[in-house]
Design a protein around this ligand. Sequence first.
Ligand SMILES: *Cc1c(COP(=O)(O)O)cnc(C)c1O
Length: 480
Amino acid sequence: MTYRTEESAWVQVAPAAPVAGAQVAQQRSTAEYRALDAAHHIHPFSDMGSLNRSGSRVIVKAQGVYLWDSEGNKIIDGMAGLWCVNVGYGRKELAEAAYRQMQELPYYNTFFKTTHPPVIELSALLAEITPAPFTHFFYCNSGSEGNDTVLRTVHQYWITQGKPSKKYVISRKNAYHGSTIAGATLGGMGYMHEQMPSKVEHIVHIDQPYYFGEAEAGMTPEAFGLARAQQLEAKILELGAENVAAFIGEPFQGAGGVIFPPSTYWPEIQRICRKYDILLAADEVIGGFGRTGEWFAHQHFGFEPDLITLAKGLTSGYIPMGAVGLHERVAKAIIEHGEFNHGLTYSGHPVAAAVALANLKLLRDGKIVERVKNDTGPYFQQLLRETFAGHPLIGEIAGAGLVAGLQLAEDPKTRKRFENGGDVGTLCRDFCFNGNLIMRATGDRMLLSPPLVITRQEIDELVSKAKMAVDATAQQLGLS
Ligand SMILES: *Cc1c(COP(=O)(O)O)cnc(C)c1O
């Protein structure tokens, strides 16, 4: 067959033999896949020039917590894909649910005064799984669209309350809320804002509760958590409470580096939201569906949001789906006010809903969340802390359940960070990659978020591979 390479030359290629280790018949050689990928595929969040020069790794198969690439390498996935494959790879129940639903009713909309069994069953199950006040769910295809929906919903809510001046939404720097225009504006990633000349209006940011990186020397985590939460109060007073609609935050920041706020932070945020009558939205896209050992991360931190954004673990990534859960008080206002002018062709898609349903039943009936809370979560957290105790390169281990952030630091004792922290993170990430471990780097923090079905033995492997990569990084920097 023929295809165009990066240099736009037409070349002839022969079909490749299947690769050992990958049980699916592989249609092409790694070199062919790379050339075609470079020729025709733009990757998300990537420097395509440099990626095309080095070549992508081609992932061809997955089972449990392992991936296989086109060269036959077996890789342990410390990131559950992109924080989403909570039930692990290769679950037949989800594939069968999709297959059955595609045969029965592959698609129908929920616009025309119509509904269908999968979306009904999913909504009822979500109402059961989420804390009691969450009675209603709106569906979309991703976390980004979920946060767009949160914006639409909070504005509609305040209109129903006769307070249309409440328009500002307060978010945080170094937050991640997705990559639609609204999602990226809500997020606090500077580089994403720079790319966008026009942003969504009425969105402002306060500082993040990142103790290791931003607390002054001598300040306790508790005092720092309170101080960062009180920035919300100051911002509300600056804007005028009558102009503020909502505050949104990830219970713990995921893409921002698995930053766990001090224990004082969320109770104070909640107090301030209640005091000034501001809706509180929790972006549970990563934290939801068992990641911390609770069903939802806001339960881990002990606060009660008015809206929750769901995606990723909702379907364990087997098929795209997002949702927003509404507190009954918000739901009631939306329901009683007449038309809500928001919807997507695939809102409540029957196949996605059927897969979500099968996924949630696996999580619930397999007692997977309980296992994270009582067994594998504590085991993982303790093993990480023991393994890296006193390590010359590790400043803190943050996390709970099966999510962790490892802070790389020049001097762990004084919380001194590297000038070129991003390079150190990339160096460590590359050692992981070469050691067949997927551990992500965000700046100078290394992130782990494995499938929730990981066993103790697989945790041992994951942590020992992480240790090898961190040791190799320290050695390269002359720190060990
Ligand atoms: C991934 C993520 C999103 C965006 O979800 P997409 O499905 O990529 O649009 C939003 N919020 C958080 C916290 C996320 O981690």
